[in-house]
Structures are given as C-alpha cells and as structure tokens.
Design a protein around this ligand. Structure first.
Ligand SMILES: Cc1cc2nc3c(=O)[nH]c(=O)nc-3n(C[C@H](O)[C@H](O)[C@H](O)COP(=O)(O)O)c2cc1C
Length: 192
C-alpha cells in the first residue's frame, strides 16, 4: 500500500453493524496478526493496562444465553423478543473480542484515565486492523459492559473494566455511510 492508498484506507474507516457480520472469520495467520497488531498502542509508562478475551464458536451463544438469563432475572417482564435479542447478540460475528482495562489506581504516575484510553486504543486498533484485513467490525458496549455480574461471568477482578466487545467478521450486506463530522465545526485555533 502506498501512502495514497494508506490515506484512502484511513479516510474510509467505518464500522459494520454486528448483526451483519458473518462467517467466514479470520484464518489463523490473520487472527494472530490482528491480535498482535491490536496491542501495539500508545501506553504511558509501558503498563500494558489491558487484556483480551475471545468469544468464539459455542462460547458466543453460551455467553448470550447467560446474559439473557441475567436480564430476565432482573426484569422478569422482559419480552420474548428482547430475550431472544440478548441471546443472539454475540452470535453473528465469528469472533468477538472482549477488551478489558486493568486499572491500577495506586499508580501515581499514570492516571486511570490514561490506562482506560490505552485500552480504548486496543479496541480501536482491532477495528482498524480488521478493516485492513478486509473484514468488518463493530465496537459495542451495551448494559453488559457495565454490569458486575457479567464481569464476574467473564472472570474479571475488581480492578478490571470491560471497555467493549469488538465483533469481527465478513460483511454480509451493503451498509449506508453515516454523516461524518466537518473539521471546520470541530477544530478551532486557541487564541490567547
Ligand atoms: C465505547 C463505545 C461504545 C459503543 N457502544 C455501542 C453500543 O452499545 N451500541 C451501538 O449501537 N453502538 C455503539 N458504539 C458505536 C459503534 O461502535 C460505531 O461507532 C457506530 O456504529 C458508528 O460507526 P462508525 O464507526 O462507522 O462511525 C460504541 C462506540 C464506542 C466508541
């Protein structure tokens, strides 16, 4: 890829809704490349304040099933349609990567915000890397990312936070582009 193609690629970065992501997924060399590349993020003080979990195969459906059970336990009135939605949410894309921030509140040199941001960069790198490999991806959170019971289900300790679920797979439909911000409205020179 020359520099023009690289710029075009970056200009076209976009997400694909998770429900439109399907098989085939990444092959083993692509998966290895993506997971290695994803960890190459800005990281103040080289703390590596993140880790990843992968949901693949039957684990995805099982995870969705457990989430649906949790949702019903909390809201017994939940409609069967919503229950089914919870159950299927992680089922579409062949690979879902759970990006987890490992926070050290006692680290006097690196504020928690910077640790979270570094983990966010991992999620973003997964999106960008997946697209570079010709796949689609979407970063989702939803209630599950902020729920302590889901955190326990995933085996997180109390210093860890789910940054997001990055769904990765083959794009199965044409997706219309959303509007993009105009730099003129967002970028201003500071004047003293
Ligand atoms: C931290 C974070 C959490 C997100 N969670 C959700 C979500 O739960 N549901 C959703 O529809 N979009 C969510 N999004 C938005 C999508 O990832 C994506 O940005 C959106 O579909 C627009 O696509 P684009 O990346 O092409 O702009 C989230 C984005 C971020 C950065």
């Amino acid at each position: 890829m020359d520099s023009f193609q690289t710029r075009e690629f970056l200009q076209q970065r976009r997400s694909i809704p998770a429900r439109l992501l399907t098989a085939p997924g990444l092959d083993i060399p692509q998966r290895d490349w993506l997971l290695r590349m994803a960890l190459r993020v800005p990281d103040h003080g080289v703390r590596t304040p993140w880790r990843l979990l992968t949901l693949e195969g039957t684990a995805k459906l099982e995870f969705g099933k457990r989430l649906a059970d949790l949702a019903v336990a909390r809201h017994p009135e939940l409609s069967t349609t919503r229950q089914e939605k919870e159950r299927q949410r992680y089922h579409y894309a062949p690979l879902v990567v759970v990006v987890i921030a490992r926070l050290d509140a006692t680290d006097s040199a690196i504020p928690e915000q910077e640790q979270i941001l570094s983990a966010g960069c991992v999620a973003y790198n997964l999106l960008l890397g997946a697209q570079a490999l010709g796949f689609g991806a979407q970063w989702l959170t939803g209630w599950a990312a902020y729920d302590r019971k889901v955190a326990a289900l995933l085996g997180l300790d109390r210093h860890e936070r789910v940054i997001g679920f990055v769904h990765i797979g083959t794009t199965s439909a044409v997706v219309t582009e959303r509007s993009r911000p105009d730099p003129a409205a967002k970028v201003h020179a500071w004047t003293p």
